[in-house]
Design a protein around this ligand. Structure first.
Ligand SMILES: C[S@@+](CC[C@H](N)C(=O)[O-])C[C@H]1O[C@@H](n2cnc3c(N)ncnc32)[C@H](O)[C@@H]1O
Ligand code: SF4
Length: 373
């Protein structure tokens, strides 16, 4: 109650007054005292974290559904590869408490010159489940070997079309034949070695323009030798997004049924969104109003860390649009994990008062985002 009252008073202050108040030692001390209940000792929890890390902030492609091309065109991006020493420091502090580690989430990890060394560091950290996603364009024989010999659980290659024409019109800058040949080369590398190595997972963004050939896409993945396929809806899930499959629900349901039959028969694992309820049109689209019940299930500020190539920490992907919660270049995990921003966010979610990007966020409605890989 006291906190709500303070927030109401602060809301009436000017932006400069707010900033001065927030940074004052008194406000920090009062805040920490009031939010003491939200302090979490990560050392007592064991391996519970899901960590998503980008080691670079650029990509070599211009995929039509991805936010990267617009960012690149804005001219605001200066390439920043994570120094190996910083990766090592984060690994030492965070990986002993990490259950799931995902490398290369928003950009293209294979562009980092030290990727093989980073895989070795991750391997030595004992993380039980780990993965990496790549567009596959730079999977050289040497990199295939380094990944195959790593302890990653899986490596994901993104393929968004069943043939050269559709693939190259979506994954702009990539060559279909080259990526398929590289994916097959990875499977052959795995087959040559004695230990199983990271299984090949294909990531596929479901799009209206390719839905009718989803079964051909499944045949392609079977031919490549993929162990698993992860199908994802094309964000944003809005009527304005012409590629979002929710705009062609009957076509999606029919394509899904054909595809699942094929994959079951071939023994390929898959994760595919449920069929659409044809009687519930509004349920297919993103909800942009406050949904307290949903936010109440979010575990991100207790279990998730999103780390960018500068070493800045965010509690989740939607909040990467806001200032970071911490910075491994100057702070330790101890200092970041229970700072005022984390305590405040935990308080808001635990008490059902979401703010900013949490409002309407559905990412963690099922807790599934913490279980994936
Ligand atoms: C942003 S990419 C970064 C990793 C790597 N560059 C790649 O393409 O796999 C991560 C995944 O997000 C997918 N993706 C890109 N834009 C998307 C969108 N609008 N909706 C859903 N998934 C998207 C990509 O296809 C890829 O599987
Ligand atoms: S390869 Fe990945 S990061 Fe690059 S533009 Fe395509 S989806 Fe985005």
């Amino acid at each position: 109650m006291e906190l709500i009252l303070i927030r109401k008073i602060v809301a009436h202050l000017s932006p400069s007054m707010k900033a001065r108040l927030k940074d004052s030692p008194l406000a920090q001390a009062v805040g920490r005292r009031m939010l003491a209940r939200e302090v979490v000792d990560f050392r007592e929890q064991g391996r519970v974290f899901s960590v998503r890390m980008d080691m670079t902030n650029i990509c070599n492609l211009q995929c039509k559904m991805c936010p990267w091309p617009a960012l690149a065109k804005s001219g605001k991006v200066r390439r920043e590869d994570m120094p190996l020493e910083l990766f090592q420091r984060i690994a030492e502090q965070v990986f002993p408490y990490t259950r799931n580690l995902q490398l290369g989430c928003e950009f293209e990890a294979t562009l980092h010159p030290n990727l093989p060394e980073m895989l070795r560091i991750a391997m030595d950290s004992g993380v039980t489940q780990s993965g990496m996603i790549t567009n596959g364009t730079r999977l050289t024989p040497q990199l295939c070997e380094a990944i195959a010999q790593s302890d990653l659980t899986s490596v994901g290659i993104s393929i968004d079309g069943p043939d050269a024409e559709s693939f190259e019109s979506i994954r702009i800058g990539a060559k279909f034949d080259q990526v398929i040949q590289r994916a097959k080369r990875y499977v052959e590398t795995l087959q040559r070695q004695e230990r199983p190595g990271p299984r090949l997972k294909i990531n596929h963004v479901l799009m209206c323009s390719t839905l009718d050939r989803l079964d051909d896409f499944a045949r392609l993945c079977i031919d490549i030798g993929a162990s698993e396929i992860e199908f994802l809806h094309c964000a944003p899930r809005t009527r304005e997004n012409a590629e979002y499959a929710g705009n062609r629900p009957e076509a999606y349901n029919a394509a899904r049924e054909r595809t699942v039959l094929l994959l079951d028969a071939a023994g390929v694992r898959y994760d595919i969104p449920d069929p659409f309820d044809l009687d519930d049109e509004t349920g297919r689209y993103e909800v942009r109003d406050v949904n307290r019940e949903i936010c109440g299930q979010c575990q991100a500020p207790w279990r998730l860390m999103q780390i960018n190539s500068r070493g800045q920490v965010f509690p989740c992907s939607p909040r990467t649009v806001k200032p970071p919660f911490g910075d491994f270049r100057r702070e330790t995990f101890d200092e970041i994990w229970n700072n005022l921003q984390y305590l405040q966010l935990r308080y808001e979610l635990r008490t059902g008062q979401p703010s900013g990007p949490c409002v309407g966020c559905r990412s963690f409605s099922t807790g599934k985002a913490l279980e994936e890989f």
